[in-house]
Design a protein around this ligand. Structure first.
Ligand code: GLN
Length: 309
């Protein structure tokens, strides 16, 4: 596959974006009331490559709730802070269950299947709350460093909305606490978890932020090492097997790169040694993955021949 020139890339992204906008169906996440208020037809696509080029179409500067995409930031900090012992408290296996499922957690005695489902990310939040004096600040400075912007914030309304309505997540946290796998106060852990889910970023910022995962742990723009090479490989492995929840198998089959979605409608896909594709559109399929976002990422990956397999 010849390397595409930026003009060709823009035309390709524009075509894919227009096709995506014609896709009907899907539902905006409404179990978090504040998320249901987002204008549902918004749509954005960014492709950032390791040579520093970034091409965007649609609402690519519009910030949205990154939701579960934040699970990657939390995991990075927890891996760095506690090392191997993290994997005694959370597994690295795909769950085959919806992202907020509780049944497996009971069977497996409060040890979540992986850090990309809610139970696993709440466990990671417990590590951060217990091991950092200011866990939110730790996440915030990481995110700001990665995306190169000082004005990234959590949306207070989304945060409060989930605090008030997140009963299932509270149940997951309490169940893990009952098995002795949560150290800190459950309310504090949930507060951190909901807060990081409420961070708002654009596809342009997300594409830039995750470029280090496509570059063996080194940010290609600043040349700074963000995580150890081994940790970048491990995070990509987990994203490949679990990043798209119980649609991860189909995603590997049809797209073939590590990726992470969130119920705000965002998806980031990491293409090792190439770059990052970030897509956003709020309407979700029944797995909780953005309908148009999936289409756009699949088309970009297919047309450019990006599958790692
Ligand atoms: N904050 C959301 C929740 O806990 C995150 C889920 C998601 O993005 N898949 O339900």
């Amino acid at each position: 596959q010849p390397i595409q020139q930026p003009d060709d890339t823009r035309a390709l992204l524009e075509t894919i974006y227009q096709q995506a906008r014609a896709i009907e169906g899907g539902e905006v996440a409404s179990y978090i009331p504040a998320l249901a208020e987002v204008a549902p037809e918004q749509c954005a696509l960014t492709l950032a490559t390791l040579d520093g080029q970034s091409v965007s179409v649609g609402d690519a500067a519009q910030r949205f709730s990154i939701q579960s995409i934040s699970k990657i930031f939390g995991l990075m900090l927890a891996m760095e802070r506690v090392g191997e012992s993290l994997w005694e408290r959370v597994q690295m296996e795909p769950s085959g269950q919806p992202f907020n499922s509780i049944v497996q957690l009971e069977w497996e005695k409060g040890i979540p299947r992986n850090p990309m489902i809610n139970a696993g990310a709440i466990l990671v939040a417990d590590v951060l709350v217990s091991r950092y004096s200011a866990s939110k600040n730790a996440v915030l400075s990481l995110v700001r460093q990665l995306c190169g912007a000082d004005d990234v914030f959590a949306d207070g309304r989304v945060h409060q909305s989930e605090m008030a309505h997140g009963h299932r997540n509270a149940a997951l946290a309490h169940l893990m606490k009952s098995f002795g796998n949560i150290e800190a106060d459950v309310d504090e852990v949930l507060d951190h978890y909901f807060w990081q889910c409420a961070l708002t970023m654009s596809t342009q910022q997300l594409a830039r932020s995750f470029a280090f995962l496509a570059n063996r742990g080194v940010c290609p723009f600043s040349q700074k090492r963000i995580v150890a090479r081994r940790d970048a490989q491990r995070i990509n492995a987990i994203l490949s097997t679990s990043g798209m929840y119980d649609q991860s198998g189909e995603f590997a089959f049809t797209v073939g790169v590590p990726a992470k979605s969130g119920v705000g409608g965002g998806i980031v896909a990491v293409v090792p040694d190439y770059g990052v594709i970030a897509a956003w559109s709020p309407k979700l399929n029944h797995y909780g993955n953005s309908q148009r976002g999936l289409y756009m990422i699949r088309e970009v990956a297919t047309r450019l021949g990006l599958s790692v397999y």
